[in-house]
Design a binder for this molecule. Structure first.
Ligand code: HEC
Length: 139
């Protein structure tokens, strides 16, 4: 009887752990669970944030450099998205939109996984304008 008391919860835990299907890449749940920590910005980066964003410029740059993977509306459904190992994320989601401008700036500039780096390729002011443009994807 005593062994049964130990055995049953053990079986329960094992089923819980191994019973879960591992989430394939390109999956929203996997993306949400992924931890991608942004580092604090430098003083120069903070200073480069424009007082007034240029959304027209932000959009033009987004369409040119980001749309292929992230999709026109930031849903992660660009034409290149199926070739990526990691789902690019859903920019219309609360999970994305609740991040600060600074975090989105950092992720855009320094990249991670299948996300390219833009440091040295796109200047900071342009990145800020893209950050502002990405706010338009909010549901
Ligand atoms: C080659 C495909 C590709 C291109 C081009 C690309 N990205 Fe990404 N991006 C990704 C992938 C894949 C991820 C998810 C990485 C991860 O979760 O580890 C990502 C993630 C991001 C994130 C973080 C999303 C989150 O969950 O917080 C931001 C912000 C971002 N990209 C912005 C941009 C911007 C702005 C551009 C254009 C300047 C761009 N990306 C171009 C593939 C791309």
């Amino acid at each position: 009887m005593k062994s049964l008391i130990i055995l049953l919860p053990a079986i329960f835990i094992v089923t819980l752990v191994f019973g879960q299907k591992s989430v394939p890449p390109g999956n929203l749940a996997a993306w949400k669970a992924a931890k991608w920590e942004a580092k604090p910005l430098t003083d120069a980066e903070k200073k480069s944030k424009p007082a007034q964003f240029d959304n027209v410029m932000g959009k033009a740059q987004y369409v040119r450099a980001c749309k292929a993977c992230h999709g026109e509306k930031g849903l992660g459904d660009g034409t290149k998205a199926p070739t990526l190992k990691t789902f690019p994320g859903d920019f219309s989601s609360i999970e994305f939109q609740r991040q600060t401008d600074e975090v989105i700036f950092w992720k855009t500039k320094y990249g991670g996984a299948d996300m390219p780096k833009y440091v040295g390729k796109v200047d900071d002011e342009t990145i800020w304008n893209m950050v502002s443009y990405m706010r338009n994807f909010k549901k």
